[in-house]
Ligand binder design. Structure first.
Ligand SMILES: [Zn+2]
Length: 429
């Protein structure tokens, strides 16, 4: 028994070394920004690489290079071309994925901008990039794999319209004192603020940074989440998209009324958004929108948006938890078809289940005497269970708690709390 335990201890102590060795063997201390088009319709996906840019930072963990969370609608993987060894992967979701659940996506072709930032391969390392989508039972299925021609990777200055690109002014709003690869780098991008709005913009950025730490578990994770903002100004003040809006050319293409849902704020101009933060370490993006009309949005490993008004504190904590932690909505109503999925398949979000394959979910957090499904009664109001109604659907989809930030903007349930803590720790190792 002792021998077995010793072997286990040795194995555990070797693991991190092996992972860091992977970083040293394949990657250098820079990032590679890959801009690609994601086009197609329901059941058809095309991924076309449009540009590859060498950027000064890769701000993710150097140890956790392979994504084992099994979250997101898509998986992007890097392989060593010679050995075919998997050396990096990341799960992501996107606006394209939400568009697929619209009626028009069965007839028309959609085309969306997407971006992935990966570690930059060393001079002598040849790599391949693979794009995978979910199959009918939510397993990843590789769609296409490309060999990357390193001559196509250009320095940032190559893409600059100016002879001398200006380095943006960065405002640090929460300093962690941690190394870049051992913290979460959250970047706030102000949207729809003109130079005349400068004072309000500075106040809103401070407010937004404060909102992020207003709720647990984020409050306790403050020492691990670095928040910076980019100082920038729009031509027009405010956010467009609504019928009565005076804004004609909305800043960075950020608008209300995405997919016909009035309070859903999104942009399709993702490459413009990334141009703003090319020279900033970034693991997650929040676009702080200069508008007092209720709204926001958040897509996993894509970005979050939020208005600035009375409920902004709750809205951003909710939306950021979609975009950063990949949590699903725990409410059952929706004002758009976007994101609606089948109850015959187990969803990949940590905090929702169809009970098709509950083994991967929160069973270990439920008391033995709590029935599954769990009655929505006072008796179970502070207990982890399996409550019907989640993911915009009242039947066949279940959530872990009666109330949660992901359902009704109340404090996070224990399952979501654990999930957020896990993700933050993956960035910090
Ligand atoms: Zn929850």
């Amino acid at each position: 028994m002792k021998i077995v335990r010793n072997i286990l201890l040795i194995a555990l102590s070797i693991l991190p070394v092996v992972s860091f060795a992977q970083w040293d063997k394949y990657f250098e201390n820079k990032g590679l920004r890959i801009d690609y088009s994601h086009s197609g319709r329901q059941g058809v996906d095309y991924f076309t690489i449009e540009a590859m840019k060498e950027i000064p930072f890769y701000s993710g963990s150097h140890k956790n290079l392979i994504d084992r969370t099994d979250n997101g609608a898509y998986l992007i993987s890097l392989y060593d071309k010679n050995t075919k060894k998997l050396i990096f992967s990341k799960g992501v979701s996107s606006l394209f994925n939400e568009w697929l659940s619209m009626d028009e996506a069965s007839r028309m072709c959609g085309n969306f901008e997407e971006v992935i930032i990966v570690p930059c391969p060393k001079e002598d390392v040849e790599i391949e990039i693979a794009f995978s989508v979910r199959d009918s039972v939510n397993n990843f299925k590789e769609v296409v794999r490309y060999g990357i021609d390193k001559n196509e990777i250009r320095p940032l200055d190559f893409f600059s319209k100016q002879a001398k690109p200006s380095v943006p002014h960065i405002i640090t709003l929460n300093e962690t004192g941690r190394e870049i690869d051992k913290r979460v780098d959250l970047v706030l991008i102000p949207v729809g603020y003109t130079l005349e709005d400068r004072e309000k913009m500075m106040q809103d950025l401070q407010k937004m940074s404060g909102y992020m730490f207003s709720e647990e578990p984020y409050k306790s994770l403050k020492g691990k989440i670095q928040i910076t903002a980019v100082e920038r100004y729009a031509k027009e003040s405010g956010i467009g998209g609504l019928k009565d809006s005076k804004v004609k050319d909305s800043d960075l293409g950020v608008v209300y009324n995405t997919f016909g849902s009035p309070r859903y704020i999104m942009t399709r101009n993702l490459w413009d958004v990334y141009d703003v933060i090319d020279r900033v370490p970034c693991d997650a993006i929040i676009m702080v929108c200069n508008s007092d009309t209720y709204g926001g949005g958040g897509i996993y490993n894509y970005y979050a948006t939020c208005y600035m008004g009375e409920k902004s504190k709750e809205v951003i904590v909710h939306e950021f938890s979609h975009s950063f932690a990949g949590l699903g909505d725990e409410y059952a109503e929706n004002d758009s078809q976007a994101g609606v999925t089948s109850s015959k398949v187990e969803p990949y979000e940590d905090n929702v289940t169809t009970l098709v394959d509950f083994s991967k979910k929160w069973g270990d957090m439920i008391d033995k005497d709590t029935p599954i499904p769990t009655p929505q009664t006072e008796e179970y109001s502070n207990k982890v269970g399996v409550f019907e109604g989640a993911s915009y659907i009242s039947k066949g989809f279940y959530r872990p708690y009666l109330h949660c930030m992901m359902r009704d903007l109340t404090p996070f349930c224990p399952v979501c709390t654990k999930s957020i803590q896990n993700i933050v720790n993956l960035y910090c190792e």
